[in-house]
Design a protein around this ligand. Structure first.
Ligand code: ZN
Length: 276
């Protein structure tokens, strides 16, 4: 099947009152495992590149990532899409769009409201002209290691601003801050589901939940029913990759990729039970 656009997968999820799963990936082992697992369970999926995995950790370039996901998508029979995660660098966003990304996230969540709107609107114009879509962020999803981030109500998305934000930016989806955070949680998060329902009622734009590692499944399923159409998962996927390499002690190192892919695929197949 040809590559899908992330927004079409989000719309599919919306029509079924569920969320598409989006996994941060950084190399062939990860993207291929996502494709194999999605094909096995016959569910749509989104592969995301975080710019840090290129610019800081040097796993892969956006150009290579785009080719890799397109190749894998062509080999499966389920919808598969690519997305650039958290980016606030205009030049890098354009680079990703030129590389073939059909979906990018502009993260202006730490900027004042008006500035976030201005920048999001600008990148959305460019992306739309190139046939791509934009995920924005309103409110700020913090770092789980900093408990104050996750429970700081000042950073939560305010429903009354969500409608105005989506309308003025023309963004295609929006990440909301409702009590989740990035990384491993120090304590079990409690999503503000009432706030989520209010945001969903205030806007027709598909909503995205970041910080998918460690949120109890029951809360995730309720969040999907209340308007979340995309769930981002990164930390636990990477952690499993690292742990699998660390515990590999077979004499034949050539079997390491297969071992990693088998572990990732098993994890993904279970994770997919959450959606669709
Ligand atoms: Zn995120």
């Amino acid at each position: 099947m040809a590559l899908y656009k992330a927004i079409d997968i989000l719309k599919l999820a919306d029509s079924k009152h569920t969320a598409a799963l989006a996994f941060n990936c950084a190399d062939y082992n990860m993207v291929h495992s996502v494709a194999v697992a999605a094909e096995t369970v016959q569910k749509p999926v989104i592969c995301m590149l975080h710019p840090d995995h290129h610019r800081i950790e040097n796993w892969i370039t956006p150009e290579l990532f785009a080719k890799l996901v397109a190749d894998e998508a062509a080999a499966v029979s389920v919808p598969m899409a690519m997305h650039l995660d958290h980016c606030s660098d205009f030049d890098y966003l354009v680079r990703a769009l030129k590389a073939g990304f059909t979906s990018v996230m502009y993260d202006g969540s730490m900027l004042p409201f008006e500035e976030n709107i201005k920048n999001t609107r600008e990148i959305t114009k460019v992306a739309h002209a190139m046939g791509a879509t934009v995920e924005a962020e309103l409110g700020h999803v913090g770092i789980a290691a900093t408990v104050t981030d996750q429970s700081n109500l000042d950073l939560y998305t305010q429903p009354e601003f969500a409608a105005e934000f989506c309308e003025r930016t023309s963004c295609d989806s929006v990440a909301v801050a409702i009590g989740s955070a990035h990384g491993f949680y120090k304590q079990t998060p409690h999503l503000d589901l009432e706030r989520l329902a209010a945001i969903d009622a205030a806007t027709r734009t598909p909503l995205v939940l970041h910080g998918g590692t460690g949120i109890p499944d029951e809360q995730l399923l309720l969040a999907f029913q209340r308007g979340i159409n995309k769930l981002n998962v990164g930390t636990e996927f990477f952690w499993l990759y690292y742990q699998t390499i660390k515990s590999y002690d077979a004499p034949d190192i050539t079997q390491l990729p297969r071992t990693v892919q088998a572990a990732l695929t098993e994890y993904l197949k279970k994770k997919f039970q959450l959606s669709f």
